[in-house]
Design a protein around this ligand. Structure first.
Ligand SMILES: [Zn+2]
Length: 214
């Protein structure tokens, strides 16, 4: 994602929020979520819920907590490193992640109402590694994105948070935030690359359950 994201006002307090610690007790936290949750099938490119901006999360109660549990279960079942709510058909701005960074350190967490933080140009070093998406099964493409990213948002209780990541995790934070604004990584590819990715997808069989397109 070398292009700029939409800029929206940050939630109150988010600019002062501390960076979350998302590297502790990863295994136990991720397991607890997924054991409470149920894996749901994954929506794929062409499903309208993936191609429009999701609604803001405004209720931080039991229903949201249950959704997050289902998202962790779905992410694990599909062997993903990040999952946005609209990838299980839910129109709400929330994503979960379980992703290693540049140093191989695992990060596990949840972000509601994410807003990308604009970073100074000197922090925008591009990394052109490969990228894939559970909603574009069986396909990969190189895509240049900044190798460091920060997002502000809220945790599952509504408290302001700030998350930062390097390398693959930076890519994940950008990719998942994009999802919630209705943007897939293939929307950032050239026409030719996009065509190639869709061909790869057409020629493969997903390893997990998907939602048939309407
Ligand atoms: Zn994706």
């Amino acid at each position: 994602m070398s292009q700029q994201q939409d800029t929206r006002p940050e939630p109150a307090g988010a600019e002062d929020a501390e960076f979350v610690v998302d590297t502790e007790d990863c295994e136990a936290r991720e397991q607890a979520h997924r054991e409470r949750g149920t894996a749901r099938p994954i929506t794929v490119v062409g499903n309208p819920v993936l191609h429009r901006e999701c609604r803001d999360v405004t209720e931080f109660g039991e229903e949201l907590a249950a959704l997050v549990d289902d998202m962790f279960a779905s992410q694990r079942a599909a062997e993903g490193v990040g999952l946005a709510a609209n990838q299980i058909g839910v129109d709400l701005k929330v994503f979960v992640y379980d992703c290693p960074d540049d140093d191989g350190v695992r990060h596990v967490g949840v972000v509601c109402n994410p807003v990308p933080v604009e970073l100074p140009a000197e922090r925008r070093r591009l990394d052109d590694s490969g990228e894939g998406c559970l909603s574009v099964p069986g396909a990969y493409s190189e895509l240049a994105r900044p190798d460091y990213a920060e997002v502000t948002g809220q945790d599952v209780h509504g408290a302001p948070i700030r998350v930062r990541g390097t390398g693959y995790f930076a890519r994940c934070l950008q990719h998942e935030t994009d999802h919630l604004y209705g943007r897939l990584y293939i929307d950032r590819l050239s026409k030719r690359e996009r065509k190639d990715v869709l061909k790869q997808m057409a020629e493969s069989t997903p390893r997990y359950e998907t939602v048939p397109n309407p």
